[in-house]
Design a protein around this ligand. Structure first.
Ligand SMILES: [Zn+2]
Length: 836
């Protein structure tokens, strides 16, 4: 399907202004299709001109323009030409549309727990015309008036307050002007908890089978929601403009959540069924805050075109963390950002697909999806923190308020935003913006220390700019040092050149641990000096500053990825310090990273069992030591369940005996155990089915699929491959779970057949899988056989010209990770021979 280009969008916006949409959806036509009638009133600035409307229907029954019948057969590539427009127009399109199963458009899922169906609209990017005929571009905003017919036992929610006017007949209140990609309808036998805050009706909603966790988590969710509303009202000086505020937890959601005005959709894994660690609650609170900040930045003021998507996301990423720190109990949100979000962003920056934060051409809507990554979110937020230290917080906020006020219910661009900050601060942001927003890449920073007899003679901060992206980035940052847990120096500096003296350190005893960017204010690769690296196993746990510890871990990860730090060093630091870690985000994230990235990617196959054994040993120690039911205990139990080779322990946990306190009836925990048993071939398909029967839920079904695909048998791998890549109507989530399970294998030989097949079979899935979903499937299904043969096949695939943009982008990123793994394995092979 053709994607809207920037040139086309400009041309259409010059011609057309939409006055209103009225949409009638009939969701009571079975589980495959729904009825859609769109009535659009719009003006044309040049009467007599032609334009087009976007409609991507199963079948279009009738189209009338100003009372004149148009031929639905004239629809090409999802567009219907409208000839000879009048100054004022009314277009009516009656169509039958198809439900989706890939999380894009109007997604329909069946809950295996009770066989009931749920529908939600995710119209992001360019899916709106698969639900109703529209002028689908972000700068043609209009009020929407929506009616829905649904089965009588369903609840309907949407952007406007929903009212049942007759059994099965619902009307949503007319919205404020919205971009088409923000329109949503959620319908099904959803269950709800409602409340109110500061005059704003609040609702949270989920599938009926999730009633218990919905109610259990509702107090925390409403608390965070209230805190965020108060904070943003105060910060932006503009009241929340969209009426009611609903948060709907929906199944099989591709992203974390979506900021539909008045009706945010969130992935329903956020309603943790079992025990949740503090970092998981923090992550969810961050998503709640992120989506709410979009109500102002994104929804009230929308980017004019997709090339300013970063402005939405960088801003929301920054604001959500700021709000958590200032207004909620999650005052360590920036630590979480360092270890979760920035680690993700630095990975994006290492890939050849990296790009400047802003100013990246998005020639069409689909290619904009490529920039929806760790650069737009994590780097963008870090850059905004640099902007604030450059202009000052007061000027920044004054500029933000002016921008939001000036562009309310309209659209803005980078130049508008920067102009507002420049006017508020009186600073010229040209050079700053060139360096930080319009240039890709990151500097490497380190501290160079001249030592004499155990004393620092001189110290300086080194900034090395990447040769491919030679921008002159000024860095506002901290350098701090510790010895035996005592802070011996902390210096705030603005590094405007390649060498910045650090006079504070001179004359002091050489510190044990020196951390550049210790407060994690800037965006750079931190290279730790040799003596700090050597000291980490004994010193890191004694550094009392969690923020600095997160920076150290992030630097270690980066070092492993660029083959400067041995994975053995990483594992040494892990084994020596992880059990003492007190920050829940660092604890959980480093366990996941060690188990799922460091060991499988960077440790040679033959050494992986021993490396996993080291992780299991740490996990056992912490589980024995941690207070029961705490985040520490949970993180330890999960790591042990995933890495242990103790068959007796795993079997007893899988069958519900001897479980750590708090995990007695935790279906998600049991699946970690079952996955480990399955991947080791210690259970068979019948046993997986028996665990599935104990957890007959959406989440249980997905986990069972993954565990089944993980069984180390050739016939199972063949089945999994066929289920993944064949047209079996598998949902986005099912495909990803199949892919994950398939590559779990005790050796490369068992899955070798699928390495070459990946490069033909998976790109071909673009014929039936949406781009957003497929980009995630490609990453999960990319061969986990780290050899030069895979590398050669990958390079060859990247030379193909027939890949869709999302497939190509994910291949580039997965290929970059493969090369990192191969480079590290080549550089540090002897470390493993030595330890074997
Ligand atoms: Zn966002």
């Amino acid at each position: 399907m053709r994607s809207l280009t920037l040139a086309e969008a400009r041309e259409r916006a010059a011609l057309i202004a939409v006055t209103s949409y009225a949409v009638e959806l009939d969701l009571d036509q079975g589980d495959r299709v729904f009825g859609s009638v769109s009535s659009i009133t719009f003006t044309c600035s040049s009467p007599g001109a032609d334009s087009w409307v976007d409609v991507k229907a199963r079948s279009v029954h009738e189209v009338t323009l100003n009372g004149r019948r148009l031929d639905p057969g004239d629809i090409r590539d999802g567009r219907l030409t409208l000839r000879g427009l009048a100054a004022d127009n009314r277009l009516v399109v009656r169509a039958t549309m198809a439900y989706s199963h890939d999380g894009q458009g109007l997604h329909r899922a069946t809950d295996p727990a009770d066989r009931r169906d749920y529908v939600y609209g995710h119209l992001f990017l360019d899916a709106a015309p698969t639900v109703f005929a529209c002028f689908d571009q972000p700068d043609l905003k209009a009020p929407h008036d929506i009616g829905v017919r649904a089965p009588q036992d369903w609840v309907v929610l949407g952007n406007g307050a929903a009212r049942q006017v007759a059994p099965g007949q619902w009307r949503l209140a007319t919205t404020k002007p919205l971009a088409t990609y923000f329109v949503t309808v959620c319908a099904g036998p959803y269950v709800s908890v409602r409340d109110e805050h500061d005059g704003i009706p609040l609702g949270i909603h989920a599938r009926a089978s999730l009633r218990e966790p919905l109610e259990r988590h509702s107090g925390e969710l409403f608390t965070v929601t209230r805190q965020c509303f108060d904070y943003f009202h105060d910060l932006f000086g503009i009241r929340y403009p969209f009426g009611e505020y609903h948060q709907v937890f929906v199944p099989e959601f591709n992203a974390g959540a979506m900021e539909n005005p008045g009706c945010v959709t969130l992935r329903d894994q956020y309603l943790f069924r079992g025990a949740a660690t503090r970092d998981e609650l923090l992550g969810r609170a961050n998503t709640v805050s992120h989506e709410m900040s979009h109500m102002w930045f994104g929804d009230l003021v929308t980017m004019k075109w997709w090339d300013d998507l970063w402005l939405n996301e960088s801003f929301a990423e920054y604001m959500s963390h700021r709000c958590l720190v200032d207004a909620t109990e999650y005052t360590d949100a920036w630590v979480d950002s360092s270890i979760v979000r920035k680690v993700w962003g630095y990975g994006a920056e290492r890939s050849p697909s990296t790009h400047p934060v802003a100013g990246v051409e998005a020639l069409d809507a689909q290619s904009a999806l490529q920039n929806f990554d760790g650069i737009s979110y994590a780097k963008g937020a870090a850059v905004l923190r640099q902007l604030i230290s450059f202009v000052g917080d007061d000027a920044f906020l004054a500029g933000v308020r002016a921008y939001l006020t000036d562009k309310s219910y309209a659209n803005g661009m980078l130049a508008d935003f920067l102009g507002a900050i420049e006017r508020a601060s009186g600073r010229d942001l040209g050079p700053w913006s060139d360096a930080w927003l319009l240039s890709a890449g990151r500097d490497t920073i380190s501290v160079d220390v001249a030592v004499h007899g155990g004393t620092v003679e001189a110290a300086r901060l080194l900034r090395v700019r990447p040769t491919t992206h030679l921008a002159d980035r000024p860095h506002a940052l901290d350098v701090a040092a510790w010895t035996d847990g005592a802070e011996v120096s902390r210096l705030a500096v603005t590094a405007t050149g390649d060498l910045t003296p650090l006079p504070d350190l001179a004359g002091k005893a050489v510190p044990a641990v020196l951390v550049p960017n210790s407060a994690d204010l800037t965006w750079a690769r931190v290279r730790l000096d040799r003596s700090t690296l050597d000291a980490l196993p004994t010193q890191l746990a004694r550094v009392p500053d969690a923020q600095a510890r997160a920076v150290v871990w992030s630097a270690l990860i980066d070092g492993v990825h660029v083959a400067e730090v041995s994975p053995v060093t990483f594992l040494d630091v892990f084994e020596a310090t992880w059990t003492s870690e007190s920050n829940a985000s660092i604890l959980a994230r480093m366990a996941l990273y060690a188990e799922h990235r460091i060991v499988p990617h960077f440790v040679p196959r033959a050494a992986q069992p021993a490396a996993a054994g080291r992780l299991a040993r740490s996990a056992r120690q912490l589980l024995d030591r941690a207070d029961e039911g705490t985040s520490r205990s949970l993180a330890a139990a999960r790591l042990l369940a995933g890495t242990s080779d103790d068959e007796a322990l795993l079997r007893s946990w899988a069958d519900g005996s001897g479980l750590p306190h708090g995990l007695e009836d935790d279906g998600d925990f049991r699946w970690i155990v079952v996955r480990n048993l399955a991947a080791r071939g210690l259970i068979d398909a019948a046993a997986v089915d028996s665990y599935r029967a104990k957890d007959d839920t959406l989440q249980g079904g997905l986990n069972a699929l993954m565990c089944r695909a993980a069984l180390p048998r050739p016939d199972v791998k063949a089945w999994a491959w066929d289920q993944l890549t064949g047209r079996h109507g598998r949902s986005n989530y099912e495909m990803i779970h199949l892919a994950r399970g398939l590559w779990m294998s005790p050796d490369d030989a068992l899955v070798a057949d699928y390495v070459e097949r990946f490069f033909t079979d998976v790109p071909a899935m673009s014929a039936w899988v949406g781009e957003d979903a497929l980009s995630r499937v490609v990453l999960a299904a990319f061969p986990k056989v780290f050899t030069s043969q895979t590398d050669a096949l990958s390079s060859r695939a990247l030379r193909r010209r027939d890949l869709t943009p999302a497939v190509r982008r994910s291949l580039v990123d997965a290929d970059a990770e493969l090369r990192e793994a191969l480079a590290s394995r080549a550089a540090f092979a002897s470390d493993f021979r030595a330890s074997a």
